[in-house]
Design a protein around this ligand. Sequence first.
Ligand code: HEM
Length: 221
Amino acid sequence: MTMTPHLRKFALTAHITSSVGWFGAVAGFLALAIAGLTSQDAQRVHTAYLAMELTAWFVIVPLSLASPLTGVVQSLGTPWGLFRHNWIVAKLLITIPATLILFLHMRPIGHLAAVVAETTLAKGDLAGLRIQLVASSGAALVVLLVATALSVYKPGGMTWYGRRRLNEQGVAGEGRCRELTTSTQHWVDVCGIIAIVLVLLFVILHLMGGGLGGHTGGHRH
Ligand code: HEM
């Protein structure tokens, strides 16, 4: 079902706001994670970890759900489709694991906030978990930057499914999509591969680190 131009603009506004807002919120989270890890001031560390929990629950989690949701609406409500263009499939492959990994982090973030609410953290306390939060939010920032770049450049190239649908429907009326098909085909390969490698690296590093259970398991190292 294709949206009317007005509805499409409205939905696109919601999609861009939630997606780029997600990026901004993760940047703020990273700043807090760095302050929590490096600051010598106990009050600052305490405030940073409490603020991180609030930011994660009330800003990052809602935006991480709104971005893919509005993205899927945008895909299905316009001629772009969900599985027709490589840049959209690449964004799906980036966004879904990023959201899942964020959810896996919610428990350790809550654990850290609960610890600072009760006691003062010394420099080396829960070091593994604190470093992990800096690394994860830094990696998430890169992944979201790749998603934003994919969205803006919209590198050409259609999936096998997209090409089949285009043949079925005939190219008439697919103006913009057709243009994209013929232009900068190699772009999608480069961006798609970078994106997939980043996501895989992110997941593998987590698994090698003993999973997120490792965060909550060790209390004071
Ligand atoms: C499931 C994930 C996603 C899907 C299916 C998706 C799908 C789409 C689609 C179909 C459009 C084109 C809309 C139109 O022309 O009417 C779009 C635009 C856009 N998306 Fe996404 N998106 C997703 C995630 C993201 C993420 C994670 C970001 C950034 C962090 C993002 C940023 C953008 C931006 C900035 C645009 C506007 C590009 C422009 O109009 O030039 N999207 N998205």
